[in-house]
Design a protein around this ligand. Structure first.
Ligand code: FE
Length: 133
């Protein structure tokens, strides 16, 4: 889990987020592939947590994975994204969470490009692009 530096009761998250944001970020849901705002975006900027605004991924590390979800090979800083084992849906995966607020972001896989070999497969709805000026 995240460090939960940003703590709010579920009722407040429900008020502050759209239904889809709440379902994904607080309910560990997944948006349909090729449906989100950012899967195909090449706009430069910083992708922030839609829940708390933490800087999560720089567009410089975004790449086209073909998955239909925004994919990054590295977080914006080592301590921004927390991981934990997720055994739901009969799979063993690594879940990615915002360290600051505990938001579910997506999953991390080992089939990414160099130099990390990682693929952070992230729901668009969990992100808000802060465009480079
Ligand atoms: Fe967050």
């Amino acid at each position: 889990m995240g460090d939960d530096k940003v703590k709010k009761p579920e009722s407040e998250w429900r008020q502050d987020l759209t239904d889809e944001q709440f379902a994904v970020c607080r309910g560990k849901g997944t948006e349909a592939p090729f449906s989100g705002e950012y899967w195909d975006s090449k706009d430069p900027g910083m992708y922030r947590c839609v829940c708390c605004g933490a800087a999560l991924f720089d567009s410089d590390t975004k790449y086209d994975s073909g998955s239909g979800w925004p994919s990054f090979w590295q977080p914006a800083a080592e301590d921004r994204v927390a991981t934990q084992t997720d055994t739901s849906h009969g799979m063993r995966r690594t879940e990615a969470l915002c360290r600051a607020c505990g938001a579910h972001l997506g999953h991390v896989f080992n089939d990414g490009p160099q130099p990390t070999g990682l693929r952070y497969c992230i729901n668009s709805v969990a992100l808000k692009l802060d465009p480079k000026k």
